[in-house]
Write a protein that binds this ligand. Structure first.
Ligand code: FMN
Length: 392
């Protein structure tokens, strides 16, 4: 019998879909609703010491849209506004009501050993199942020397991980930033310092746009902005790449995220190393109820592939990632045009002409391929609005 159940470091997940630390996990009532609807767990909105100042800006968001479709958000939101005691009470309430749901405490503190250890000790004595160390928030916090300022520095990342590991009585995942030149460096430093696993990615540092009448940037905070964090479906290729690179450099468990909007995205993350996946922006855009289709879709896929559980999918694609020089380059593929699907729009001809090769022509109502000129790059197949071109 195929199941969605999976286990990571002794923590049992009834399904591998959990909410990431963000607005959907900022309130106890919201978490209650999400668990009732079927999410396997949640990483709580990042908890900080009560005395860490958290003054939010208005506006906090800008969006990247194609028509009405949200491709991504930029946000400049800060961290949780609940006190430590409110979280402790909420976590207890949620564990009583939803005992099978996994709760992970995301935490962040100033770079002071006592502050990190105090937070960890406090939540050691709570019902949370694990910790996630937020070393990766790209806005607001780096100015205070925390968030991404930690996660872009291997020495500081290792030092804080070490402090946490001295006292943590639950598994510790370190949440990494994609905004680094070499993620492997951070992965190795943090693993050496004793971390039990990784979470990735946090948001991608961004500047959404500029109003060309006023020259005010977005999100517009009374005429000014700051660089923010980009999330949602358009960051998936970046998240997938980071998770794959973490897996190439470590065998520890990974909570993968970034642009996951359906079961298919989630499955792809698992093939490059994710044990469990997290979702934020898609839930904000389309609601907690998307979990139903995600679970059913993944279950169907696993069944059809003859897999017993998500664990069987883990790392399946990782050995297919290689250095460019080691790619099997001896064989070239060519476009095959399905005349029944082709509407002769000639978009493929234009892209091929303007992108160097001029290997396609619309001749006598048919797209002809000049095999001498074609380099098998595949651009034509991606631009075709009718999926009438297959490479082979
Ligand atoms: C509005 C907003 C607030 C967020 N706040 C946090 C946070 O407090 N802590 C954290 O670790 N990540 C935070 N994130 C990052 C998400 O947890 C997640 O890593 C990122 O959005 C990528 O996933 P997604 O593409 O599914 O949204 C936030 C993201 C958004 C959009």
């Amino acid at each position: 019998m195929t199941t969605l159940k999976t286990s990571v470091l002794g923590i049992d997940f009834e399904n591998p879909f959990i909410l990431s630390s963000a607005p959907p996990t900022a309130k106890i009532e919201s978490l209650d609703k999400a668990f009732t609807l079927g999410w396997g767990g949640a990483v709580l909105k990042t908890i900080t010491p009560d005395n860490l100042e958290m003054i939010e800006a208005s506006q906090r968001y800008a969006t990247w849209k194609m028509g009405n479709k949200v491709c991504g958000f930029e946000n400049i939101e800060l961290l949780s506004h609940l006190t430590v005691q409110q979280w402790l009470d909420g976590i207890k309430y949620l564990k009583q009501k939803h005992p099978t749901k996994v709760q992970i405490a995301s935490i962040m503190a100033p770079v002071i050993k006592e502050e990190w250890q105090k937070l960890v000790k406090t939540f050691n004595n709570s019902e949370v199942d694990a910790f996630e160390l937020n070393f990766s928030c790209p806005h607001g916090m780096p100015e205070k020397g925390i968030g991404m300022a930690i996660g872009t520095n291997p020495e500081i990342s290792a030092m804080i991980t070490g402090w946490v590991m001295e006292v943590a009585q639950k598994p510790v995942f370190v949440k990494l930033s994609p905004n680094v030149t070499n993620i492997a460096e951070i992965v190795k430093a943090v693993e050496k310092a004793g971390a039990n696993g990784f979470a990735a990615i946090n948001t991608v540092q961004s500047l959404m746009g500029i109003d060309l009448d006023t020259f005010e940037p977005m999100p517009n905070v009374n005429g000014k902005t700051t660089f923010g964090g980009y999330s949602g479906i358009s960051v998936k290729p970046i998240g997938l790449r980071c998770v794959a690179q973490i897996r190439q450099n470590s065998a520890l468990p990974i909570l993968g995220m970034g642009g996951i909007s359906n079961w298919h995205d989630a499955a792809e993350y698992m093939t490059v190393g994710a044990d469990v996946v997290q979702v934020c922006t898609e839930v904000m855009v389309n609601g907690y109820a998307i979990i139903g289709a995600m679970k059913q879709g993944l279950l169907n896929y696993l069944e059809n592939k003859g897999f017993n559980s998500p664990a069987d999918l883990k790392n399946k694609a990782i050995t297919n990632l290689s250095a460019h020089e080691k790619l099997p380059k001896s064989k070239q593929v060519y476009p095959h045009i399905d005349d029944e699907l082709c509407v002769k729009c000639a978009k493929c001809v234009t892209i091929c002409d303007e992108s160097e090769h001029s290997a396609l022509a619309l001749t006598n109502g048919h797209i002809e391929v000049d095999k001498e000129a074609c380099v098998g790059c595949s651009l034509c197949s991606h631009i075709c609005p009718k999926s009438a071109i297959k490479m082979g």
